[in-house]
Ligand binder design. Structure first.
Ligand code: CTP
Ligand code: MG
Length: 228
């Protein structure tokens, strides 16, 4: 099993100068928490971190020099960053090996949740993702500036996608590369797999596995990390 951590984003919604994955949470950069959660699983051979071409932070982190960690250059979009990682891993991996793709900005992944994903998908031929049900009622909105409600969605069939997303590496590489060649807007690996016609499993995770996106998420992430 292999892992890819896309970490080439700018974190523009955080509205700060440094990319959000390098912001400290409980004295450690966010990305270090995210990478450590993957390293904690002994089935993971290597964690490949995809950083921006002009990244000035990664190399100085303690985690960058640890065993089982490698780095490569990311791309213009998350999908391109992940595809760069897959292209590099394909030299080492068998097409049927598993790859876990996990956001650098998702530091609160529990070891037990990762174990659940891996064990529930072990016999699958395609793979799946961690996701959560919604406790709020969900509304579909009109695409206007001051939106109104078009309809109420059936909460029982709507899930919030998280990472890690876990797929057979050969299938994911083909699906992502085809999606990018066809200019599809894929914001996660699952959407590329769906477009390719694969059946993607939903594995229920926990709501604590948040993606740090805005300043308001920092205090919550610190609280969650200190209670993992
Ligand atoms: N990512 C990446 N390459 C990109 C864009 C994003 O590797 N070109 C990574 C980010 O570093 C992050 C993950 O994809 O770990 C999820 O993306 P997101 O939360 O959207 O992060 P950013 O794109 O950095 O944030 P924003 O959209 O607010 O700019
Ligand atoms: Mg983004």
């Amino acid at each position: 099993m292999w892992a890819i951590v896309p970490a080439a984003g700018k974190g523009s919604r955080m509205q700060q100068s440094e990319p959000k994955q390098y912001t400290l949470l409980n004295h450690k950069p966010i990305i270090e928490h995210s990478v450590s959660a993957l390293l904690a699983n002994r089935l993971v051979e290597q964690v490949l971190v995809c950083v921006a071409p002009d990244d000035q932070y990664w190399e100085d982190l303690t985690v960058a020099g640890m065993p089982r960690i490698e780095q490569t250059v990311g791309g213009e979009t998350r999908a391109q960053s992940v595809l760069n990682g897959l292209n590099k891993l394909s030299k080492l991996a068998d097409n049927n090996d598993w790859v876990l793709v996990h956001d650098a900005a998702r530091p609160c992944l529990r070891a037990s949740t990762l174990d659940k994903l891996v064990s529930e998908l072990a016999e699958d031929t395609v793979g799946g993702i961690l996701a959560c049900r919604s406790s709020d009622t969900l509304k579909q909105a009109s695409p206007d500036n001051s939106p109104t409600i078009v309809e109420t969605l059936d909460r029982d069939v709507v899930w919030r996608a998280q990472t890690p997303q876990m797929f057979r590496i050969g299938l994911l590489r083909t699906a992502l590369s085809d999606a990018l060649n066809n200019n599809l807007n894929v914001t996660d690996e699952a959407s590329a797999m769906e477009s390719a016609g694969h059946s993607v499993r939903l594995i229920e995770g926990d709501a604590d596995n948040i993606k740090v996106t805005t300043q308001g998420d920092l205090a919550l992430a610190e609280f969650l990390l200190s209670n993992l």
